[in-house]
Design a protein around this ligand. Structure first.
Ligand SMILES: Cc1cc2nc3c(=O)[nH]c(=O)nc-3n(C[C@H](O)[C@H](O)[C@H](O)COP(=O)(O)OP(=O)(O)OC[C@H]3O[C@@H](n4cnc5c(N)ncnc54)[C@H](O)[C@@H]3O)c2cc1C
Length: 389
């Protein structure tokens, strides 16, 4: 009986992913270039996605989500990401970084207040950790908070915050003078907040990326997420783990779209009286790109299965998936530009945008170097033994 129920659940989730693929191909993909050039994501699309439950597909249904398990949530993000990286970024920061942090560490009142509003698109959320002077070394953040009666007063600056110029709610990470780091729910409407859009971005041009200034912002004590002092160990760790899983799938989506684009172009374009797809050297590029994309997807699926079964090393597998898939995305997107020749260098073709978006994946949610640090530490613990035995 439970087998039948499991199958039904699987089928329902697969159906949601299939519908999302269709929606993304019809409603998002054709607008990706417009979003990129205008530097904005359309409100009508955000509302449409909210109505379909896509903004919080990972949330339990009781909070207005679609209840996707990690594997199907990954496939869902792949579908959106293939159509447009900026739209997928909204889903990453809103549902993965902020949503999963609240689901895991928010109290009952915070969840009941914010999660349904996030699902309906009434409150878009952004995650504010990075600062002008602090990125990789995130524990050294300079944004400060102090407790004054029943409020926490925040001062400082955040930088690179995706959807920072659009979000209604921020999950803000700040430290106090006693060395504690804490997480707060901060509403845009609180007095003392200024956001300033960052222009001239290489990628994520339609992600409303911004600087945020907090000038004596009074945050009610009830908006502390988790325990005071647990902001880094618990909230940031949860957010980055889910963010990395999302970015791993973003890598697969860019790589797959790059394979689609290079293959389609190679079948059309003729030189020396032949189609590009007939030249062995071009076939070699396509073969490698396809193989690497499949390998990255396999790693993401493995990480998804491990997350679903709550396997012990799921976080490490996710880290490897993020590291590898973002590297593959960069390599395959570069090859995609190469196959397009000059046409790979102009925005008339998606190759150019995929190339720019791929680079960003090697930087966000922890750079490739920091993933290598983490993975090598794991390998040195797990796979080594004393040489003289
Ligand atoms: C498009 C975009 C969107 C973003 N969105 C958000 C967001 O929504 N919220 C948010 O909080 N942040 C966001 N960020 C910030 C992002 O998380 C940081 O850019 C990232 O963590 C790297 O920090 P940094 O840019 O300060 O680089 P730095 O930390 O200054 O690193 C510079 C270089 O040094 C290397 N490096 C640093 N330390 C080491 C080390 N110990 N060993 C080896 N190499 C090292 C890095 O790998 C990198 O190559 C975003 C950034 C971008 C570009």
């Amino acid at each position: 009986m439970s087998h039948v129920l499991d199958l039904t659940q699987e089928e329902r989730q697969a159906q949601i992913v299939e519908e999302a693929e269709r929606f993304a191909a019809e409603q998002i993909g054709p607008r990706a270039r417009v979003f990129d050039e205008a530097g904005v994501l359309a409100d009508d699309l955000i509302q449409d996605m909210a109505t379909r439950g896509y903004l919080t597909a990972n949330f339990p249904t009781e909070y207005g989500g679609l209840g996707l398990d990690p594997v199907h949530y990954g496939l869902f993000q792949q579908a959106i990401g293939k159509a447009d990286c900026s739209t997928r970024t909204l889903i990453t920061v809103h549902s993965a970084l902020c949503g999963e942090s609240l689901l895991r560490w928010g109290n009952k009142e915070q969840k009941e207040l914010w999660l349904p509003r996030m699902a309906k698109g009434e409150a878009l959320a952004a995650f504010a950790l990075s600062e002008p002077n602090v990125g990789t070394d995130a524990k050294s953040i300079e944004t400060r908070y102090r407790k004054v009666g029943d409020t926490y007063v925040l001062n400082g600056n955040k930088k690179w915050i995706s959807f920072g110029d659009k979000a209604d709610l921020f999950v803000v990470i700040a430290g106090n003078d006693q060395g504690q780091i804490s997480a707060f729910l901060v509403e845009r409407a609180f007095p003392g907040i200024t956001t300033k859009p960052l222009k001239g971005m290489l990628a994520g041009r339609a992600t409303h990326i911004a600087m945020i200034e907090f000038d004596n912002v009074e945050v009610p004590a009830a908006n502390l997420v988790g325990n005071e002092g647990g902001g880094f160990t618990y909230v940031v760790s949860t957010a980055l783990d889910h963010g990395r899983y999302s970015i791993a799938w973003a890598g697969v989506s860019i790589a797959q779209e790059a394979v689609n684009q290079m293959g389609s172009y190679a079948r059309e374009r003729k030189q020396f009286g032949k189609r590009l797809a007939e030249f062995q050297l071009i076939k070699g590029i396509i073969a490698d790109a396809t193989t690497e994309t499949h390998a990255a997807r396999a790693l993401c699926l493995k990480a998804g299965e491990m997350r679903k079964s709550k396997a012990q090393d799921a976080v490490m597998e996710t880290t490897m998936a993020k590291y590898y898939a973002s590297k593959v995305a960069m390599k395959v997107a570069t090859d995609c530009v190469q196959v397009h020749g000059g046409n790979g260098c102009i925005s008339d073709y998606p190759a150019e945008r995929l190339f720019r978006e791929a680079k960003m994946l090697e930087i966000i949610e922890g750079t490739s170097q920091i993933q290598q640090e983490i993975i090598s530490g794991y390998a040195l613990r797990k796979y080594t033994k004393a040489c003289n035995q």
